[in-house]
Design a protein around this ligand. Structure first.
Ligand SMILES: *Cc1c(COP(=O)(O)O)cnc(C)c1O
Ligand code: SF4
Length: 356
């Protein structure tokens, strides 16, 4: 076996890892963030601290990929709380995707055939302002803190489930030790064949890809799929590229990305094409481009569906099919994500040449 997959003694120590320090040192105030970027509040729409329930939170590594002095930086705009979040918008809900209704056991969402999603922790490395889980009652739905038992027993009982999806919050916010314990329990469920991890942590803090994590996934009986979450090519710097290449060395791994289509951040052809190209260069295929889930406080990020379809048509005309993400959104009660189909027309293609 490749030496990269052997866990060294030092990774078993309980002292904080560099990624855990980066998590602890994350920026938590708009003043600190703007100072780091040499911006003043006058250059921005009115902002606030994000509130007690979902305060501003962004690690320095992610901030280092923002452009200094640019109030419209696409990474900054994903994390900076604007006063607009406090506007009430009709039609925006606290649980837009019907997750509470799909909860089969504390911390387990079983909405779709064959796949069950486990909420392993409520914690995230970064607070994305567009997040639909911002209102989620994690204290009731959190499978963490010795409460994995109910979720595990549901997984054990339902033989139709062959894929477990670790989600959150962010499952990689758990320590390697806790993940190892969870994987150990999951591998004992005979009908499980795949392990999927939905995580933004490698993007936000690339040093989260520790040797111990790689070894754990490589040595696990379940076939691994890791779905990262990047919305803009600027998120993919050298450090993340290197981390992704290390993940790619795990036998049989599939690396995918999901994004959210966000107004002012990636709602143009150039940005979406650059993202797909950058992902591919790091060994990751685009999987989903989600329409915004209409959670209260996120309306200023919304891109109308007609514009979304135009954008997808546009990138379809410019990229190989495998670099075009599936445009999807989630509807409460549906049997899977709703896919929005695209059919590029000659007319549309001509228009695109004008806009790129
Ligand atoms: C998105 C989602 C999945 C996975 O759906 P895929 O189409 O397989 O990616 C599974 N469970 C829940 C609750 C989801 O929201
Ligand atoms: S990392 Fe994911 S779950 Fe956490 S705030 Fe961002 S979008 Fe939401």
């Amino acid at each position: 076996m490749n030496p990269i997959f052997t866990i060294s003694a030092q990774n078993h120590s309980h002292s904080a890892q560099p990624w855990q320090q980066a998590l602890a040192n994350a920026i938590r105030s708009p003043e600190t963030l703007l100072a780091a970027l040499e911006l003043s509040t006058e250059q921005l729409p009115p902002i606030f601290n994000g509130g007690d329930k979902f305060p501003l939170r962004v690690p320095h590594s992610f901030v280092s990929r923002m452009k200094k002095g640019d109030p419209n930086d696409p990474l900054l705009r994903q994390v900076l709380p604007l006063d607009e979040e406090n506007n009430f918008t009709r039609g925006y809900l606290s649980d837009p995707v019907g997750d509470l209704a799909a909860s089969e056991a504390p911390g387990l969402l079983h909405k779709y055939h064959g796949r069950a999603l486990m909420i392993t922790t409520g914690a995230c490395a970064i607070h994305c302002r567009y997040c639909f889980r911002r209102h989620f009652p994690y204290h009731q739905q959190n499978a963490a803190a010795n409460e994995w038992d109910a979720a595990l027993s549901h997984l054990n009982q339902d033989k139709s489930i062959n894929e477990v999806i670790l989600s959150g919050g962010d499952p990689l916010a758990l320590s390697d030790q806790r993940l190892a314990t969870l994987l150990e329990q999951l591998t004992q469920i005979p009908h499980l064949t795949r392990l999927r991890i939905h995580t933004r942590l490698p993007v936000v803090i690339p040093s989260r890809i520790t040797d111990a994590l790689i070894a754990m996934i490589a040595n696990c009986r379940l076939t691994p799929v890791i779905v990262i979450h990047a919305n803009h090519a600027n998120e993919i710097n050298n450090e993340l590229h290197t981390a992704l290449k290390r993940l790619q060395a795990i036998p049989n791994i599939t690396l995918l990305n999901q994004s959210v289509l966000l107004r002012g951040i990636n709602d143009n052809h150039e940005a979406l094409i650059a993202l797909s190209e950058a992902l591919f260069a790091s060994g990751v295929l685009p999987y989903y481009l989600h329409l915004l889930d209409k959670a209260q406080g996120t309306a200023h990020f919304d891109v109308p569906i007609t514009q979304a379809v135009k954008l997808l048509n546009g990138i379809h005309a410019k990229l190989p099919g495998y670099l075009v993400p599936r445009l999807a959104h989630e509807e409460a009660g549906a049997q899977g994500k709703t896919l929005i189909t695209i059919t590029p027309s000659h007319k549309e293609n001509e228009n695109i040449n004008d806009t790129i």
